[in-house]
Design a protein around this ligand. Structure first.
Ligand code: HEM
Length: 593
């Protein structure tokens, strides 16, 4: 208004210029003021939001749980209990501990110590994430079964898996998306299909036996035997088996391809294994920068994806050939793609009404490598190590194998069910050395878990490594290798036993599944809807390989072995390798190659 009055009183070129100058100066001032205000608003909003998310939320959640009588280490703003966790982890002897030492103390040490110190349900913060440890079997089971609807996959675990294998794979999918994938893949893990894989597993087992026999033959004194690196040979054999069983022998993969995948999986799961919050954050944030690790990561991943692409295109070509031929016209549609996991996925993508894309099929393949290689290898490796440490049990198991499988060159699928002692050994190994030592979930809604009210956003940890070692559950000898505890008469079986030959491979577990006493406390494969899809394949494979190895070799612990389960993160990989001394079993002929 003032400006108008002024301009109407004394209008001229100088005044006009003057007015324009003052207007533009005022504009600049306004813009500047606006800019400063915007910056201040953003800063204040960020600070408020940071205060809310990093300080207030974790603090109020901690108070919420403390009011319910749940205890934990002292609350620390911003960093949470990372210092305590680091101290505990530093306390673990790095160069290896006593061979009899419980792995639960080494892996996820804080879960063990916090639940020992603060009770079966305890609380702590990792950064700003509130975490509840459920060292209570009944509550753990509720999370996986009756209350599963209140939980989602943990955001951090999901992000880390997604960084490696893309978004929305079966490991990380939720709701309808997960259900569809589960329905597509489940048939490939049914017993009838697994029986068909038996001879392929035997072939790979024979390769391993031959390799170790060569090591003995090349030893200075064949009677003294040879040292083998189980941590190298076992994963190679198992990855080969898993690739051929989940992606079929028609995949056209070569030894070099297997090695490329093996390398990539090892490297990537080594990165993934660091599930500490700091480790996760640095892995997730730093992946956007071309660090040396990231470049290596990308190269390995590319090598693996190339192998996978070859497998997929070989299968597609085969399917098209079959479809084009007259056999396909008279045969079933399924035969064109194959009845293994890859066949199921490709059929769903091409013929079914799923919305699976080619890149999702590749992602799922990657997930299978990640989910299978490491845990299955660990089960076989630790079984061998525990038998090497316990010669009496080794001899008992070997006698059973010799009695059941006899001196036949090729084991028979139907006889596998009779290897009861081997089942007990595997259960005891899974109890003491659970390859997946903890499962995590994020609560999505407020709900009641036993007497505890769980707030949304809480990260809940089911620590199998702790539950499997609880003296209250398993007795004072919980830390000892005692497969006898799995004898069916010692289990609460409700009189049930499995009739199916292969199902008997999991007889003790199957019986235990109905048992209040056992299933609640033994969950190496998780539970509920999201229970491990490959559990029967894993058990059958390891059982068969263990039997084949025991029949041929005797095992003892090499003096060069250093006991350090836990390469980092929450898996039990032997940090300094697993060196075993092997000898030919006296009664066996030792002339292979
Ligand atoms: C001893 C070997 C194995 C162990 C101890 C093991 C353990 C587990 C556990 C604990 C889970 C549940 C994770 C969770 O609930 O967050 C899981 C899920 C899964 N496992 Fe395994 N696993 C083994 C071998 C295998 C094999 C051989 C395959 C496939 C060939 C496989 C495929 C999967 C898949 C696809 C899932 C995700 C299931 C879903 O979310 O629906 N696993 N495994």
């Amino acid at each position: 208004m003032a400006l108008l009055n002024e301009s109407s009183r004394s209008w001229g070129p100088h005044q006009a210029h003057d007015i324009l100058l003052r207007m533009s100066t005022r504009d600049v001032d306004d813009e500047w003021a606006f800019f400063v205000t915007a910056i201040c608003t953003v800063l204040v909003a960020s600070m408020v939001s940071m205060f809310y998310w990093v300080l207030w939320k974790p603090y109020s959640k901690r108070k919420f749980y403390e009011k319910q009588g749940i205890r934990g280490p002292v609350f620390r703003p911003f960093i949470g209990n990372l210092p305590e966790i680091q101290d505990l982890r530093r306390g673990v002897p790095q160069l290896g501990g006593q061979i009899s030492e419980s792995p639960a103390r080494r892996v996820g040490t804080e879960l063990f110590v916090f639940s020992e110190k603060y009770g079966k349900v305890s609380v702590f913060e990792q950064g700003s994430m509130t975490r509840i440890i459920l060292a209570d079997a009944k509550l753990a089971k509720d999370v996986l079964l009756s209350k599963a609807g209140y939980y989602k996959r943990s955001v951090f675990a999901t992000e880390v898996v997604s960084a490696i294998a893309g978004h929305g794979s079966i490991l990380t999918a939720e709701g309808g998306n997960w259900k569809q994938k589960n329905q597509i893949m489940s048939p490939a893990f049914r017993h009838t299909f697994l029986k068909g894989l038996f001879h392929q597993i035997v072939e790979r087992g024979d390769d391993l036996v031959t390799k170790w026999q060569k090591a003995i033959n090349n030893a200075a004194d064949t009677k003294q035997g040879a040292e083998v690196a189980a941590d190298l040979d076992v994963p190679e054999t198992l990855l080969d088996i898993i690739i051929r069983t989940t992606f079929g022998s028609t995949s056209g993969i070569e030894g070099g391809d297997i090695y490329a995948v093996h390398e990539a999986v090892n490297f990537m799961s080594g990165k993934k294994a660091n599930f500490s919050l700091a480790g996760c954050l640095s892995f997730l944030l730093s992946r956007f920068f071309p660090t040396a690790t990231n470049i290596k990561f990308c190269m390995k991943k590319r090598a693996m994806v190339n192998v996978l692409k070859n497998i997929v295109s070989a299968r597609m070509k085969l399917a098209n050939d079959v479809k084009a031929s007259s056999i396909a016209k008279s045969g079933s549609r399924q035969s064109a793609y194959g009845s293994d996991v890859l066949g199921m996925m490709l059929e769903a993508m091409n013929e079914g009404n799923s919305n699976m894309t080619a890149s999702q099929v590749l992602d799922e393949c990657t997930v299978f490598f990640l989910a299978t290689d490491s845990p299955t290898s660990q089960l076989l490796m630790w079984s061998l190590m525990l038998l090497a440490q316990n010669p009496d049990w080794q001899q008992r198991a070997r006698s059973e194998v010799q009695e059941v499988l006899g001196a036949e060159a090729t084991p028979q699928v139907d006889k596998l069910a009779n290897l009861k002692l081997i089942d007990m050994v595997l259960n005891e190994t899974l109890r003491l050395y659970p390859p997946v030592s903890a499962i995590t979930r994020d609560a999505s809604k407020v709900h009641q878990l036993g007497s505890v009210t769980i707030a949304p956003g809480t990260n809940v940890i089911i620590p199998m490594s702790v539950l499997h070692q609880s003296k209250e559950i398993w007795g004072d000898d919980a830390h000892l290798f005692k497969p006898d505890r799995w004898e069916v008469k010692n289990l609460h079986t409700n009189g049930k036993n499995s009739a199916d030959g292969l199902n008997d491979a999991t007889a003790a577990t199957a019986a235990a599944a109905d048992s209040v006493n056992s299933f609640n406390n033994f969950m190496p494969f998780g539970g509920g809807n999201r229970i491990c899809l490959g559990r029967n394949l894993a058990r059958m494979t390891v059982k068969l390989l263990l039997a084949m190895l025991l029949r041929r070799f005797s095992f003892s612990v090499s003096p060069s072995y250093r006991h350090a389960p836990g390469r980092g993160g929450n898996n039990l990989w032997p940090k300094f390798g697993m060196q075993l001394l092997i000898k030919n079993v006296e009664s066996e002929v030792t002339t292979t190659d």
